[in-house]
Design a protein around this ligand. Structure first.
Ligand SMILES: *[C@@H]1O[C@H](CO)[C@@H](O)[C@H](O)[C@H]1NC(C)=O
Ligand SMILES: *[C@@H]1O[C@H](CO)[C@@H](O)[C@H](O)[C@H]1NC(C)=O
Ligand SMILES: *[C@@H]1O[C@H](CO)[C@@H](O)[C@H](O)[C@H]1NC(C)=O
Ligand SMILES: *[C@@H]1O[C@H](CO)[C@@H](O)[C@H](O)[C@H]1NC(C)=O
Ligand SMILES: *[C@@H]1O[C@H](CO)[C@@H](O)[C@H](O)[C@H]1NC(C)=O
Ligand SMILES: *[C@@H]1O[C@H](CO)[C@@H](O)[C@H](O)[C@H]1NC(C)=O
Ligand SMILES: *[C@@H]1O[C@H](CO)[C@@H](O)[C@H](O)[C@H]1NC(C)=O
Length: 726
């Protein structure tokens, strides 16, 4: 059914999108809910049962579809992966991964990435983006941590917020995932994450508060158990915390195959939509029998009606009932794929911009920027064209643009480093002599490097989703077995550095890696973390290495001197226990919070990243406000004191009052500030009530601990330039 203009809500916004996508009007939650109630009231019990269960793993055209109700104009709402672009279709872009969006520390780019991804979903006729992933990187080797925004709850929340705002601004639903404490691939279907209430709220739940502020349409519950109860049958998470405490008004959808318990129990625990529906290899818990059961049980029938309303409300809220493009693809086969082009030059340019802005220069003793070197060696398998054609990118040959699994993108093409470099050098008249060795073999790498003005070694560390089968890449079943660079790339770096005193290391990685011993070698003149930059990886890395783009990326995680310094590890083996309980003894002291609290020196701290210019900070003031979202305003001035234009990422960390059992520093603000050489700008960051609160287990509420907060502003978590307090 189509909405009449009189039903349009007060805060409605008409958005006309260029080209293939129609105009639509968004609605308030209340107006959308009223429309959903009306249409659901007209459904039979069997029709309602179809809405709440998917069409089956192979039964729809998308990775998930509901059973629509054509006579009431409710379509087979299409759910599609996510989160780095629309997956399993052609003519769509391969965006930088979530971890790269985080590394930009740039809200504007995070939102633009979300909007561009949303535009491609809409262009293809897919209603629901299965993203963003706002899982917390508890252990650095966690297989899917790169899909999300790293170990910090604040950065994750902000990146999640901007992504959702971007995606939904073009009328596509976002589903934040995975609720929650889903922290590794090994044992993911049976493991219990045993998390205390405060840690649950402050670390694993906090990003969802921001997702709800962004009006997220859905939340996906995770595979694992929390305290022994499956997440998708967990009333504490869904009913009490999400709906009760936070007022979440959208729907809960299960991860694919994440339901186990009886229908009644699962429905009453808060799960609205069961995906993919039908056939399951584990447990039980499909909604196959919800219709017959509801016909005999008034409580379940009332709940079934509410579940349908929850699922359909966001469809009305985002105006998907008006001119939404017809679904144009079929992930199960090519017969009804219209090959609609979702790409655009603007998206390609944005991918390159984000990839460059997420490139983190962690060490630079003069190697960068390269200024028309007389000769250059490019070394390592990671510089070569990528291997293509393997399912879900669960293979590695050539450069790494994205990790593997359901969070990957299909990658129509990738511009690898070697191609981008050849093009660049060609465009400059081939004045630079180029030597190459596109493998990790030591001898040819050393030969290429010898006598060259600079040698760039490309290295890799990959991870992904643990498959149901035995998908392993280099012996890693989703999670990484360790943090070493893959395929002996550390040895390659060491060997090259022995013959070339200007060895530049570029690392395409899913997360932290071991950098000893070569990190401190004098001949290693630069180290660059490039993350998973997506399809424009080659052009973007040379934009930074040659200085066309002045780097501003920041580490969204800590690089440790030793793997043992991290407070939590992936549980790779629990012996004969197939359903281990993993106690989160590190609580919310993960990543830099642990390094700070335990006084451990990292190799490179959270928030670190170098520029080709320098910045100074001055004049910190803290003023008190009245609005709960702007209780304090922290102001300071940043000056570009060098001779190049550049972008600084000032970060605000709070120290909580003594006795509040919080880490020494918690990220509570960041900005991306572009400054011409010599320019000064005033930067202001606001702190709201939520950012000053801890979860009080006794009163079951967020409270501000009494006492003095310290304010630290600087260029990383360990490079504090200004301090204050309130
Ligand atoms: C069924 O839908 C019609 C029109 O769409 C609406 O007027 C009517 O109120 C609905 N029925 C119920 C029982 O809500
Ligand atoms: C898990 O158990 C701990 C310890 O008993 C408790 O504090 C916490 O609230 C529980 N969390 C959930 C989500 O049930
Ligand atoms: C509905 O079914 C549940 C689970 O079997 C049962 O506990 C409950 O009493 C039933 N309620 C009604 C109204 O039949
Ligand atoms: C640079 O070298 C490439 C490969 O040999 C060649 O195709 C290209 O024409 C050259 N470009 C210039 C400007 O000389
Ligand atoms: C550094 O590189 C130079 C070649 O430029 C080499 O002679 C020297 O031995 C290298 N130093 C180390 C410590 O490997
Ligand atoms: C690096 O080696 C080159 C010769 O290969 C030499 O000209 C240059 O001075 C060396 N640089 C440093 C910093 O040692
Ligand atoms: C800092 O404040 C002083 C005093 O108001 C002013 O003179 C100075 O220009 C300010 N510095 C910057 C970088 O804004």
């Amino acid at each position: 059914m189509f909405a009449s203009p009189s039903l349009v809500g007060a805060c409605a916004l008409a958005i006309a999108l260029a080209g293939q996508v129609g105009a639509f009007t968004t609605r308030s939650w209340d107006d959308a809910r009223a429309l959903a109630k009306t249409v659901v009231a007209n459904m039979t019990v069997d029709e309602m049962a179809g809405v709440v269960s998917g069409r089956g793993q192979f039964g729809g055209r998308c990775v998930g579809n509901i059973h629509g109700v054509p006579r009431l104009n409710i379509p087979d709402i299409c759910f599609q992966d996510g989160p780095a672009g629309i997956r399993a279709v052609d003519l769509a872009s391969g965006f930088p991964a979530g971890i790269n969006a985080a590394a930009t520390f740039n809200r504007d780019l995070m939102r633009k990435r979300g909007q561009a991804i949303g535009e491609e979903f809409r262009a293809k006729g897919a209603h629901v983006y299965l993203g963003p992933d706002i899982d917390i990187m508890r252990a650095p080797a966690a297989g899917r941590a790169w899909e999300g925004f790293g170990p910090d709850a604040y950065l994750t929340g902000e990146a999640g917020y901007e992504t959702i705002m971007g995606v939904q601004s073009v009328g596509v639903q976002a589903v934040a995932k995975h609720l929650t404490a889903y922290v590794q691939e090994h044992y993911r279907f049976w493991m219990s994450s045993d998390v205390d209430d405060r840690t649950l709220h402050e670390l694993y739940w906090a990003p969802y508060l921001r997702a709800i502020e962004a009006d997220v349409s859905g939340i996906m519950c995770s595979y694992n158990k929390i305290n022994g109860t499956y997440a998708c049958a967990n009333p504490r998470l869904m009913n009490e915390i999400a709906r009760g405490e936070a007022g979440f008004a959208g729907y809960f959808v299960s991860d694919w195959l994440a339901t186990h318990d009886a229908t009644y129990e699962t429905a009453m625990a808060g799960l609205d939509l069961e995906m993919p529906g039908g056939w399951l290899i584990f447990g039980g818990g499909t909604y196959d029998d919800i219709g017959p059961e509801a016909k005999n049980n008034a409580t379940l029938l009332a709940r079934l009606r509410e579940m349908c309303e929850n699922i359909i409300t966001p469809w009305y809220k985002l105006g998907q009932d008006q001119d939404f493009p017809a679904l144009s693809f079929n992930v199960q086969g090519s017969s009804d794929n219209a090959h609609v082009n979702a790409r655009s030059d603007a998206h390609t340019a944005l991918i390159r911009t984000i990839a460059a802005a997420s490139t983190v220069v962690v060490k630079n003793t003069g190697g960068l920027p390269l200024s028309s070197p007389a000769s250059l060696a490019i070394i390592g398998q990671d510089a070569a064209p990528p291997q293509t054609g393997c399912d879900l990118n669960a293979c590695l040959g050539g450069t790494l643009a994205i990790g593997w699994g359901s969070g990957t993108t299909t990658l129509d093409y990738v511009v690898p480093p070697i191609t981008a470099l050849q093009q660049r050098i060609g465009a400059q008249g081939n004045k630079t002599v180029l030597a190459q060795s596109l493998s990790n073999d030591i001898d040819p790498g050393v030969s290429a490097a010898r006598g060259k003005s600079a040698a760039i070694v490309f290295c890799v560390a990959d991870s992904g989703e643990g498959g149901i089968g035995l998908t392993q890449v280099d012996g890693n079943w989703g999670d990484r077995e360790n943090l070493d660079l893959w395929r002996r790339c550390g040895s390659l770096i060491e060997a090259v550095s022995k013959v070339n005193n200007n060895t530049i290391v570029v690392i395409h990685t899913v997360g932290p890696v071991n950098v000893n011993p070569w990190v401190s070698f004098a001949n290693v003149t630069a180290i660059v973390f490039a993350g998973l930059p997506g399809e424009q990886t080659g052009p973007a890395i040379f934009d930074v290495l040659f200085g066309d783009v002045n780097p501003s990326g920041r580490l969204p995680y800590t690089i440790a001197k030793s793997e043992a310094d991290f407070p939590a590890k992936v549980l790779l083996s629990a012996g004969l226990d197939f359903a281990p309980h993993v106690e989160f003894t590190e609580r919310y002291y993960n990543d830099y919070k642990h390094f700070d609290a335990a006084n451990i020196e990292p190799a490179f701290p959270f928030g670190h990243g170098l520029s080709y210019t320098t910045f100074s900070y001055a004049n910190l003031t803290v003023t008190r406000g009245v609005n709960p979202t702007t209780l304090y305003t922290v102001k300071f001035a940043v000056t570009n004191t060098g001779s190049r234009d550049g972008t600084e990422i000032p970060q605000l960390y709070l120290g909580f009052p003594s006795g509040s059992d919080e880490p020494p520093k918690l990220l509570r603000g960041f900005e991306s500030v572009a400054l011409a050489a010599g320019e000064t700008k005033s930067v202001s960051m606001t702190i709201g009530q939520q950012q000053l609160s801890i979860w009080d287990v006794t009163s079951q509420s967020w409270v501000r601990p009494p006492g003095t907060f310290s304010v630290s502003v600087g260029a990383s978590s360990r490079d504090i330039r200004l301090t204050g307090s309130f």
